[in-house]
Write a protein that binds this ligand. Structure first.
Ligand SMILES: *Cc1c(COP(=O)(O)O)cnc(C)c1O
Length: 413
């Protein structure tokens, strides 16, 4: 059945040929990739690791040592973000602190953030969810005033800018992810970036001590990449999503991910896709605009408002439904019509059962994040999305609760 993946980066046959052709020179290719990243993002340092999670754990541990204050054990994150973020903080031996979000922007609730007691906070993180930058200047200013680090988590926002400055480059250090469903992908991988020479040299030292990736794992991921390249197209994705080994669409709390270096073989693919980053951003942004035009003005759904001066890259198109029942019905009907809509992260961070017992009692009160977790719906924006898909989305959403025509009219009974 015809099915539009919730997110993804098309990998063409010509990319696979270049990838395999580039494999023998992979070490030099990775150095060129690093230099391209350093130039584009004007960095003092850029380190590759096995995943965004691994990178975040390593970065936070490095910042903790650099700071040299054992009392600074807390890491402040938005109350609605990727589950890998708190998992990485705990893995670094640090304590998760949470500040509520504004459901209209998905950014921190700035009044609450201003009032937050940062006396034990080591670092504050941004989230830039779905490729929409947070008010990164405001977070950066707050971090400076409080004397804490800011980590700009651009795992979903590579290529986005705020005030003409790239997401990932605000604050002291940043993070990009190369996992599935991010801006570009090599199935897994993480990139740590910084404009601080001190942090750059500390990170370089730490990454140098990591073990190389297990070759079995690299071969697994390379095989997955071939399947992904072949199956992301809507004509074939319906089959792919039934393959459990790809682990699509799951949100576990603890992701057992090895802290290792990045595989240069996977890196060759990331470096090829990196040359298309701006084109992908433009296409996803245009699709997000088309979706907005098609479903705009529907009272049950509110688009997320980017801050003024932001240029989002919309790795997905997030909309907030008026309540959970409306959201769940819309997602089910979109799914039946062959559109990969998702509810994104199932709960606010404070509601993750494995984490909750260790949270600060004051951090449990997050009405904004709870509202987002109940109402969030994401729609695909990737380049395989067509005008016909967008018409289907609009008709399903507009006829919410009523029978709708499916995407594959005539081919599906
Ligand atoms: C995906 C993601 C991460 C973790 O990256 P992985 O490469 O999947 O480990 C961190 N933060 C955010 C906001 C993410 O979306």
């Amino acid at each position: 059945m015809h099915y539009v993946a919730p997110a993804g980066t098309p990998i063409a046959f010509s990319d696979l040929r270049r990838w395999l052709g580039g494999a023998p020179g992979k070490t030099a290719a990775m150095e060129a990739f690093r230099e391209a990243l350093m130039r584009r993002f004007q960095l003092a340092g850029c380190e590759f690791v096995s995943s965004g999670r691994a990178g975040l754990t390593l970065l936070l541990d490095t910042l903790h040592r650099l700071r040299g204050d054992p009392a600074r054990t807390e890491v402040l994150i938005p109350a609605y973000t990727c589950y890998s973020v708190p998992a990485s903080i705990e893995r670094a031996g640090l304590r998760v602190r949470i500040c509520d979000v504004n459901p209209e922007t998905l950014d921190y609730d700035m009044a609450r953030l201003e009032a937050f007691d940062c006396s034990r906070v080591l670092a504050i993180l941004s989230a830039n969810l779905y490729g929409i930058p947070n008010d990164l200047s405001a977070i950066e200013t707050l971090a400076r005033r409080r004397g804490i680090y800011m980590v700009d988590d651009a795992a979903q926002a590579m290529g986005a800018t705020y005030a003409d400055r790239a997401a990932g480059t605000f604050g002291d250090a940043g993070l990009f992810s190369l996992d599935k469903g991010k801006n570009i992908t090599s199935m897994q991988g993480g990139i740590l970036v910084t404009r601080s020479p001190d942090i750059a040299s500390a990170l370089r030292g730490r990454v140098g001590t990591l073990p190389p990736p297990a070759s079995r794992d690299t071969i697994m991921q390379a095989a997955k990449m071939l399947v992904y390249a072949a199956m992301l197209h809507p004509g074939r994705y319906g089959l792919m999503r039934r393959l459990p080994f790809l682990g699509l669409g799951r949100t576990p709390y603890e992701v057992p991910s090895p802290l290792t270096r990045y595989s240069p073989l996977l890196g060759v693919m990331a470096s090829i896709l990196f040359t298309r980053l701006d084109t992908l951003g433009t296409e996803r942004r245009a699709n997000a605009q088309r979706i907005m035009d098609a479903v705009g003005g529907i009272p049950e759904l509110t688009p997320i408002t980017p801050p003024p001066g932001a240029s989002p890259v919309y790795v997905r198109m997030p909309l907030l439904a008026q309540d959970q029942q409306t959201r769940d019905t819309m997602i089910r009907r979109l799914d039946e019509a062959g559109i990969g809509a998702t509810g994104s992260y199932p709960t606010a961070i404070a509601e993750i059962p494995q984490l909750r017992p260790r949270l600060h009692p004051e951090d449990l009160d997050c009405p904004g994040a709870r509202r987002v977790a109940e109402g969030m719906i994401t729609l695909p924006t990737h380049p395989f999305l067509t005008e016909a898909h967008i018409r289907t989305m609009a008709s399903v959403i507009r006829q919410n609760g009523h029978p709708v025509q499916t995407l594959a009219d005539g081919t599906k009974s």
